[in-house]
Design a protein around this ligand. Sequence first.
Ligand SMILES: Nc1ncnc2c1ncn2[C@@H]1O[C@H](COP(=O)(O)OP(=O)(O)OP(=O)(O)O)[C@@H](O)[C@H]1O
Ligand SMILES: [Mg+2]
Length: 283
Amino acid sequence: MTPLEHAQRNMQAELEGVAGHEAASHYTYFVVAIEDLTELRRLERVRRDFIANISHELRTPLASVRLLAETLEEAIDTDRDKAQMFLEKIENEVQHLNGLVSELLELSRIESGLVPMVIEPVQAEHLVREVMARMLPQAQRHRIMLHTEIEEGNVLVVADSKQIARVLVNLIHNAIKYTPSGGTVTIGTALQAGGQVQRFFVRDTGVGIRPEELPRIFERFYKADRARSKTDFIGPGGGGSGLGLAIARHVVEAHGGRITAESRVGYGSTFTFTLPVAQRGNT
Ligand SMILES: Nc1ncnc2c1ncn2[C@@H]1O[C@H](COP(=O)(O)OP(=O)(O)OP(=O)(O)O)[C@@H](O)[C@H]1O
Ligand SMILES: [Mg+2]
């Protein structure tokens, strides 16, 4: 960054100055220290937002559990069926809370480097097919077709296969979640950068993401356009916690890769991430 660019950006700073006079030389001097606090303030804001978000995410299901429990109490002696229904609802909310807390823990473990990476050469195609097989029942349940587009087989990437599998699972899960029944999700790989980088992509024919929301979806807790995902979308419930993509981004970046998203509202979205190629296997 050149000094000019630095001066042009909005900076939060702490200013400290002293002035003095040196009698012998008749010089008056000023010493000014400027400490750039922009990054510090940004981190404080991120932390504040994070805590506010967690509190909100925990409070909403907790409030429903409380209400449901109250209603259950009223119905328990008079209406067994109604009581059973409320019990199931409570169970759902608790499951959601449980999932949220596990995701939060996982994200914080990944961020603080507590999850050791087991990096080894992994066959990209194998990884894709394994995850596909795992996601197939979910896709079938929601009447979504799963396709693969493997441009070149037998490419080895340098990766922790478990963690990359989780990234693919998160992306495919989203693709299924935000694609109405009858749609298609394509999982593919292609080489780029002269064969040094393997690109993975998950493309769907779903609802898409608005351009102004696209830059924010990798943030923790960010959920785009809740209203649309709840009404138009036919899938396994719109209500996630908004952590899946944040986890995906951390994992990919820890591998030295990049993750990006492109989308057109009403046509679908494509999520792409890259991993370094280990070596080309022999066929
Ligand atoms: N394939 C997709 N199509 C349309 N919107 C998407 C897609 N993937 C992600 N999004 C949008 O990005 C937001 C963030 O995604 P993310 O996976 O982080 O959270 P989530 O799916 O809501 O919850 P979680 O993954 O924690 O259960 C989603 O809420 C959704 O609005
Ligand atoms: Mg998700």
